[in-house]
Design a protein around this ligand. Structure first.
Ligand code: ASP
Length: 477
């Protein structure tokens, strides 16, 4: 046990010695993002479309290498950190109160995010009658033009085919987001009961290696908690394995710090290639203009939640300045923006959170779980998007009851969404289906989802890190 504590201290010292260097790193990352966006805007206007696209494709390989290096760490890091978090507590029963606080935090902040989203969308009313945004007309056109995809809720087609047609995503990716759909459910729509059942099933896997191979984190977390919980009851007999887990966790965190040295380059490549190819394909500035009402709504909602609601919660529990904390998390937030994946960002979130002064035991346990189930940005987005879509459909008038149904399903859909790019777009089908909205209107937000996804992923990551700081207060001192 003393070894555990010793290792905790040493990693704390190491973290603080990295702090100064990381200030510059944040500036480099911001510089990389600004340069990348400038490149993305300028290059397509100077070159032929095909040439610009192939340059952005080439740059994208650098980004993909960085992304894969981050993803490569996620499974071992989650297993090692959750286990060493439990071992650091010394007794799994000590997890009771923090566990309760964590789940309470995840749920209440997600519901708050949905409420903020609903309020903002009702006030701004994008796509609605009084709206002056060009969204009104163009979104309808986007629907008509969305690659000729006409899919109605009553189609008897294979659900995976339908989702593939609607979102343009590969079936494998969709099956990752909705594990239950892997076999396909012809004619069935994903409803509230299905997602509730799915949420319970998501905690377990019939094959742990398969879960690891597909970065399905929840069963790994459940296994890690139980396994480490057992170890804490076995005393000296398992001293060696206990030490190995603690040391593996430290080694993984050093790996993250190493990778952060190349983060500005990786982030430049990721952002330049995604924004650049979108601009070359006419899906960046043009789409921003045509969907401005919806974009403003989502950004306003995310801004309110991330800069007012969550900081207020942080202050309430810690009595510290929330904006100083948010600043310390900036590397993670920028990485979330660049990767559009809270799972891929997890290693950086853990690194920043320790650096920001959150204890290792809270970080180790709250962040992996949070990255998987706590998605405030996604929930807010899904609620706002559902109302926007309802506004576009002239045959639909939503009642107050419908808005409650949207709030509940958006919360569940966000919990069920994986921490990967554009997962929220797919799980949004649950929300639309629950209030009988036609999924074909997803076409109206399809072209801009890649961009909004980045902002909601950053909000998701912020929610997780503030959660780690809040839950930290509930551990026995
Ligand atoms: N990309 C988001 C995340 O990884 C999920 C989503 O909203 O699509 O957190």
């Amino acid at each position: 046990m003393s070894e555990q504590k010793g290792s905790e201290n040493s990693s704390g010292n190491e973290a603080s010695s990295h702090q100064a260097g990381h200030g510059n790193l944040t500036l480099f990352i911001i510089g990389a993002i600004v340069t990348a966006i400038a490149t993305a805007l300028i290059l397509p206007s100077l070159l032929e479309k095909e040439t610009a696209l192939s340059i952005f494709h080439g740059i994208g390989i650098g980004g993909e290498v960085f992304l894969r290096a981050l993803m490569m760490m996620v499974v071992p890091l989650v297993v090692a950190s959750v286990m060493s978090g439990i071992l650091g507590l010394g007794d799994i029963r000590k997890l009771g109160k923090p566990g309760f606080v964590a789940v309470g935090y995840y749920l209440s902040t997600t519901v708050l995010a949905v409420v903020v989203g609903l309020m903002v969308v009702n006030v701004v009313n994008p796509g609605g009658e009084s709206s002056t945004s060009p969204t009104d007309t163009t979104a309808q056109q986007v629907v008509a033009e969305s690659e000729g995809v006409v899919v109605t809720a009553t189609d008897k087609t294979h659900l995976l085919d339908k989702l593939e047609a609607l979102t343009g995503m590969e079936k494998e990716k969709i099956a990752k987001i909705f594990p239950m759909l892997e076999g396909g459910l012809p004619g069935n729509e994903p409803g509230i009961w299905m997602i509730l059942g799915n949420l319970v099933l998501m905690l377990f896997a019939d094959n742990l290696l398969h879960a690891a191979a597909t970065t399905n984190l929840l069963p790994l977390i459940v296994f890690a908690i139980i396994f480490a919980g057992m170890l804490t009851t076995m005393g000296e007999r398992v001293g060696a394995i206990t030490n190995i887990i603690g040391q593996a966790n430290e080694a993984m965190m050093s790996f993250v710090m190493l990778l952060m040295n190349v983060a500005p380059i990786g982030i430049f490549c990721l952002v330049a290639s995604k924004f650049g190819s979108a601009q070359a394909n006419g899906q960046f500035l043009e789409v921003i203009k045509s969907t401005s009402g919806f974009i403003i709504t989502v950004l306003l909602g995310l801004g309110l939640h991330g800069l007012v609601t969550l900081p207020a919660i942080y202050f309430l529990f810690t009595r510290k300045n929330p904006y100083v904390f948010i600043k310390s998390m900036s590397r993670a937030l920028l990485t979330a923006f660049s990767t559009a994946s809270s799972s891929a960002t997890l290693p950086v979130t853990m690194d920043c959170s320790v650096e920001a002064g959150v204890s290792k035991r809270s970080t180790d346990f709250v962040l992996p779980l949070g990255a998987t189930i706590n998605m405030d940005g996604t929930a807010l987005y899904e609620a706002a998007a559902a109302i926007f879509i309802a506004n576009l459909d002239p045959n639909v008038t939503l009642t107050f009851g419908d808005q409650i149904v949207i709030a509940v399903t958006a919360t569940l859909a966000a919990i069920g969404a994986a921490g990967i790019p554009e997962a929220g777009l797919v799980t949004m089908l649950i929300v639309l289906n629950a209030v009988g909205l036609s999924p074909e209107y997803i076409g109206s937000i399809l072209a801009i989802d890649w961009l909004l996804d980045r902002f909601r992923t950053a909000t998701n990551t912020l929610g997780d890190s503030i959660g780690a700081a809040v839950v930290d207060q509930s551990f026995e001192k």
